[in-house]
Structures are given as structure tokens and as C-alpha cells.
Design a protein around this ligand. Structure first.
Ligand code: NAP
Length: 341
């Protein structure tokens, strides 16, 4: 095979505060010949997820990315060459690939190497039918257990996970209140995504607005942000409430490097016989096929809108990741590199 040039972003520094382009280093290299069991993939699109900041910083549910190694992302690509049984040139595949034009993989790591059915739309596979849609699905249905008539509150509501969580709760007959930053996002939630109410945490008092929109208390809270908003919700729990701990993005860029302090109002869990439960989406991996089928059906029926925020070009990967932590993204943050052949 002719020599293939590969452009890539390496991790140059552990982040301190907000993500900066200087946390990465641009590199140009060539692809080594494949070994048995390996596949050469041309990357088509990357997913951007707040958890990537954790991979850059510390050991989490997977080891920290070593400094000097290529930065990782959930990705969809197309097989260029295969020395792995079951994979052929032209196949669309999904896995944890590098921020680079081409990735050589033997399918190791958390996400393995999954062949996508032919005709799969890469951007859909990385959004509603990818990790974030699945997180919303299992966090809402299995952890949150919403019932018709419940008041369901979700933060990060105009983001990838939060918007889908709220729309699933609507399908289940809940009254849904979203918390998001800015007027444009809040208007989209109530006018297009079908939410009953939206709270603009950047421009109004969240405590007052929760009192107004949730007069009987909150039955399910899907928490994407942690911090002060979690505390304000805990102050308004209904009896038997379920608090779904999905993420705490308000704490991720804190220069102290710690997620705490923990919530002040946790005692309300005792007063209201409520529970608070954290989860990682990978816990439900065996049930992913059924969830993907149901999410696809809801999407086809128009009950779930899959809002995507699409950036372009490998050069823009660092700035695209940074968008998540300032709220610049509106919907699922993806970056497109190329179309499939
Ligand atoms: N448990 C799991 O398995 C799992 C899996 C996937 C994701 N997650 C978690 O789910 C959450 C959402 O992830 P996502 O991929 O769907 O991202 P996203 O919501 O599409 O994007 C992140 C959003 O967070 C909001 N945000 C940023 N800084 C904030 C702050 N200081 N206070 C409040 N909101 C802030 C911004 O929206 P605004 O403009 O509204 O501020 C931003 O658009 C994250 O906490 C993530 O870690 C968990």
C-alpha cells in the first residue's frame, strides 16, 4: 500500500480550568503497515463529550490518556484496509478512535470496534443512537423511572443528553421542566422540543422559577450539572423522588480539580423518602440494541428531535471540545471530517 500521511492532535498538557488549544499539539506522521487483527479506519466524524476532559486529566472509568499520545473520541469511520476477520474495506465502523485522519485499531478499549449496518447515517450513530441518546434513555427510564403525571426536571436541557431525556419523559406522560443557559435555548425547549417550561439559569432565579413551575414538588430530577442547581432542586423534592446523577459539568473545569463540595440540601432525601443514584451508560451495554431500536422508532415518529451542532475539520477539534464547557454548543456536539465513499 502507498504511504498514507496522518494528521493528528496529541495530548500535550493536563487541562487546568477551561480546555485550551495549547492542551494539544498538532502532529503529522505516516501509517505503519497493519498487523494481524488490525483495521485501518478513515475517520468520518467525532463525538464530543464532557467526559473527554476527564480522560485528559485523570484515571476515571478508564486510564487517563498519557501525555504525548493521540487524543481520543467516540467516532465513526470507514475501513480502508483490514487484517481483522469480519471487517472489510468500505465497512462503516464505530469505536474509540484518535483525533486524527486515520486510526489503526484492534478494537481494544471501552467501546470495542462495532460494524454499523450499511446505510447508517454516521451523525445519527454518534448522537441520538450513540452514547448520549443511550445515556438519556437508561438514565431516564431505568434510573429515573418516570410515571405519567410526574414532574420531571432536567438540567443541561438543551444539550445532547438533557434534551433527549426531557423528550423521553414527555413520551412517558410527565410534565417536563428544562433548565438551560440563555433565551434562545429556553425558547427552543418550549416551542420545538415540547417541554412544558424552561428556566434560564443564566438570567433568572432558579429557586424562584422551580417554585413557580413545580408547585407540587419534583418527582424526577435528571442532573447533568451538579453544583448549585442540584442543591436548589433538592430543596423542592416531592415524596418518593428520584434524583438521577448523570453528570456535573458545572464542576468539571473548576481549577481545584475536585467535584465537591457535595450538596447542602441532601437531608431532603430523608424527609421525602427520596433516592439519589449515579450511573454510567456502559452499565447497560447489553441492552443497547433494544434501546437503539426504540429510540429509532421515536425519532421516525417525530417524538424525539435529534438536534446536532456540527463543526468541521480536524484542525478545529480542540476548539470544538471547548464549546461544551462554555455552553457554545446547542444540541449534540459533533465534528465532521469526511463523507463515506
Ligand atoms: N453518566 C454517563 O454515563 C454519562 C454519559 C454521557 C454524558 N454524561 C454527562 O451528561 C452531561 C451532559 O453531557 P452531553 O454530552 O449531553 O453535553 P451537552 O449537554 O450537549 O453539552 C454540555 C452543556 O453543559 C452546559 N454547561 C456547561 N457548563 C455549565 C455550567 N457551569 N453550569 C451549567 N451548565 C453548564 C452547557 O449548556 P448551557 O448553555 O445550558 O449552560 C453545555 O451546552 C455531562 O455532565 C456529562 O458528563 C454522563
Amino acid at each position: 500500500m502507498a504511504e498514507i500521511k496522518n494528521r493528528q492532535w496529541l495530548l500535550a498538557a493536563r487541562p487546568h480550568g477551561l480546555i485550551r488549544e495549547s492542551d494539544f499539539r498538532w502532529n503529522e506522521t505516516t501509517i505503519a503497515p497493519l498487523k494481524d487483527g488490525e483495521v485501518l479506519v478513515r475517520n468520518l466524524a467525532f463525538s464530543f463529550d464532557p467526559t473527554q476532559r476527564g480522560w485528559m486529566s485523570m484515571d476515571t472509568y478508564m486510564p487517563a490518556i498519557p501525555l504525548g499520545r493521540v487524543m481520543l473520541a467516540g467516532a465513526v469511520g470507514q475501513v480502508v484496509e483490514s487484517r481483522r476477520p469480519g471487517f472489510s474495506k468500505g465497512d462503516l465502523v464505530q469505536g474509540l478512535f484518535g483525533w486524527e485522519d486515520y486510526t489503526v485499531t484492534a478494537g481494544e478499549g471501552l467501546m470495542g470496534l462495532r460494524k454499523l449496518p450499511s446505510g447508517t447515517e454516521p451523525l445519527l450513530a454518534l448522537s441520538l443512537l450513540g452514547t448520549t441518546g443511550l445515556t438519556a434513555y437508561f438514565g431516564t427510564l431505568t434510573v429515573g423511572q418516570p410515571k405519567a403525571g410526574d414532574t420531571f426536571v432536567v438540567s443541561g436541557a438543551a444539550g445532547a443528553t438533557g434534551s433527549v431525556a426531557g423528550m423521553i419523559a414527555k413520551i412517558k406522560g410527565c410534565r417536563v421542566v428544562g433548565i438551560a443557559g440563555g433565551r434562545e435555548k429556553c425558547e427552543w425547549l418550549t416551542r420545538e422540543a415540547g417541554f412544558d417550561a424552561a428556566i434560564d439559569y443564566k438570567n433568572e432565579s432558579v429557586g424562584e422559577a422551580l417554585k413557580r413551575h413545580c408547585p407540587k414538588g419534583i418527582d424526577v430530577y435528571f442532573d447533568n450539572v451538579g453544583g448549585e442547581i442540584l442543591d436548589l432542586v433538592l430543596a423542592r423534592l416531592a415524596d418518593g423522588a428520584r434524583v438521577v446523577l448523570c453528570g456535573a459539568i458545572s464542576r468539571y473545569s473548576d481549577p481545584s480539580g475536585v467535584f465537591g463540595p457535595g450538596p447542602k440540601n441532601y437531608f431532603n432525601l430523608i424527609f421525602h423518602g427520596a433516592r439519589m443514584e449515579g450511573f454510567l451508560v456502559f452499565r447497560f451495554a447489553r441492552q443497547f440494541p433494544e434501546a437503539i431500536a426504540e429510540l429509532s422508532k421515536w425519532h421516525a415518529e417525530g417524538k424525539i428531535i435529534n438536534r446536532i451542532d456540527l463543526q468541521h475539520g480536524l484542525e478545529n477539534a480542540p476548539n470544538t471540545l471547548a464549546r461544551l464547557f462554555t455552553g457554545a454548543n446547542f444540541g449534540k456536539q459533533l465534528l465532521k471530517l469526511a463523507d463515506p465513499d
